[in-house]
Design a protein around this ligand. Sequence first.
Ligand SMILES: [Zn+2]
Ligand SMILES: [Zn+2]
Length: 536
Amino acid sequence: MNLALYGLRSGNEREWLCVDMGISFADAEVPGIDIILPDVQFLEKERKHLKGIVLTHGHEDHVGAMYDLWPRFKAPVFATPFTTALLESKRAMEEGASPIPVKIVKQGGRVQIGSFDIEFVPVAHSIPESNALAIRTPLGLVVHTGDWKIDPTPVAGTTTDEKRMRELGEEGVRAVVADSTNAIRDGISPSETDVAKSLEEIVKNAKGRVAVTTFASNVARIRSAALAAQAAGREVVVVGRAMERVINVAREMGYFAGVRPFRAPDAYTSLPRKETLVLLTGSQGEPRAALARIANDDHPDIELDRGDTLIFSSRTIPGNEKPVNRILNEMIRRGVHVITDRTHLVHVSGHPRRDEMAKLYQWLKPQLVVPVHGEALHLSEHAALARAQGVPEIALCGDGDVLRLAPGPAEVIDEVPAGRVYRDGQILVDAQSATISQRRKLGFAGVVSVALALGDQGELLGQPEVQFAGLPEFAPANEPMENFILDAIYDGLDSMPKQRRRDPEAIEETVARAIRGKVNEVWGKKPLCHVMVLRV
Ligand SMILES: [Zn+2]
Ligand SMILES: [Zn+2]
């Protein structure tokens, strides 16, 4: 959910530059929610002073919030051709989204945005056309690394421009705002080319069909899998909308030169097993993606069984272990040969390990390092590493902190609102809103709805109407739950003095409390409770 704001000057002269506008993915902790967006209320208030939005690369955690949030600012957007094409291709999947005009900047290009002079410095990462930003201002040069690693042989996209980084170091870098993702991993991240070789070997030796699942946006990995298939005389079938979309864009941009056209899912059943490699979405166990549906025998075109090979060319993002393991185990039960990065080099991270981070600081020789893009543990390990590299100033800050980079020593000088917003269906809701906590309660203990008809003396007319969902139908001793609820209603009403019975709100409250108490007695859980009082 990356979004950084760089500011210059104060008062009416102030200017903001926004770098990235990403999303985060929700887990089962937030029922019914897939996508989390940054709360941009501060930036909305500052809209007049926002000079532009720069996108470092096309990953969802950097651009995913654009269709939801950009219309609130309508500021100029700057991105490379590939990032722009990906963003545009995503519009078809966003209900009612209007086009976002983008000013295209090539890698290595330079653009003036208000008082910010921005240079796109090419870096290697797990998606083509990733950039660090050299942000030149009257107060100094800041390097915002974006997501990066050092990979001299990246398969698709550029290497990290070491020469340019060294030149920036000579120019004098005030601050580096840098990727912390792999700050707890020693050494150097292997190259995409090492993964390509490993994939080629596995595919060559596979007997039945081969399935490869990876992140839909990992163009290099898709290319490597396709070339491995080609070398082994296999055709490539692509399954999953998100992946098809990225592949179309990448092909148009020339990232699949030398790769034969792919086949649609309906070709799968007619291809001989030994001549098939299928690329699948769903490496994180997403229930609606191709892989989970195949594991559930619920896919119209694709099946995997005994003798086939499934390669997880991906890392399981923390929080997704359960659904991924469920699929993995189901496939193993079927006799599918499952390969993961635990035993084979079938995945590498797109982020720098410690030796790569150290190298960057040797190139840039910054006065100040600000660790970002990681959990607290990663940020603090990153800070220690920068300190060990001799960086004189380190600034640790959190979401919403306003950090002064210059002039003078770095210091948190203010805090602005910076929470989370959930995309709930087509509506954005605040993370603190009652909607989500109610939904959690519903998931835990269900809901009871009761309708009562009362006469003008507060007397009960007829039998109360009771409905419930998510509660056990029968309590112990086979007594219907409804009977306990009815008892609670009568007890609740009886406990009320005559006067109070004229007040519908008091009745609703008392009856609801009685029901929750009674159900808790027999069940051990308190459901949500809705009581409607009708005066007759
Ligand atoms: Zn990222
Ligand atoms: Zn990224």
